[in-house]
Write a protein that binds this ligand. Structure first.
Ligand code: DQA
Length: 142
């Protein structure tokens, strides 16, 4: 069974409550339940942290064999964190960068990602379905 780890960064624990016009009104836990039902052939683990170092620690612990693929929404750290980009480069497991919103339609500071050059692929702007598209890409080894 393929193991996929989804990592959500800062403020994504507030999905459903946080700026619903941008991020939707579903909690991530509700979405995750549906995702797990849709892919019974995969083991989908989930980790969320508001702390940069904790995200790096989780990438390290999953990145040498625990997971076949990592789906990472690093939230605002996407635009600031050289350290998370280095962690993606340091591990063996491929990382797919995802964003719920189309960051390119938003403020200029969201247009740059430190993570994109290190990621295996990038999925942006499909709402929560961005996560499903990333899972699909790992399962199909696109
Ligand atoms: C986000 C986009 C980021 O710019 C923002 O800081 C987030 C969420 C997204 O999923 O659209 O927290 O990563």
């Amino acid at each position: 069974m393929k193991k996929i780890l989804i990592i959500n960064g800062p403020n994504l624990n507030l999905l459903g409550k946080r700026e619903p016009g941008i991020y939707g009104s579903s909690t991530f836990e509700t979405y995750l339940e549906k995702l797990r039902e849709a892919y019974p052939e995969a083991e989908i683990d989930y980790y969320q942290s508001n702390h940069e170092g904790d995200i790096i620690d989780r990438l390290h612990s999953a990145g040498f064999g625990e997971a076949d693929g990592i789906v990472l929404n690093a939230g605002a750290y996407t635009h600031t964190s050289v350290a998370i980009a280095d962690a993606i480069r340091a591990i063996r497991t491929p990382v797919i960068e995802v964003h719920i919103s189309n960051v390119h339609q938003r403020e200029e500071f969201r247009h740059h990602s430190h993570l994109s050059p290190a990621a295996s692929g990038i999925i942006i702007g499909f709402g929560l379905e961005s996560y499903r598209l990333a899972v699909e890409s790992i399962l199909k080894k696109l």
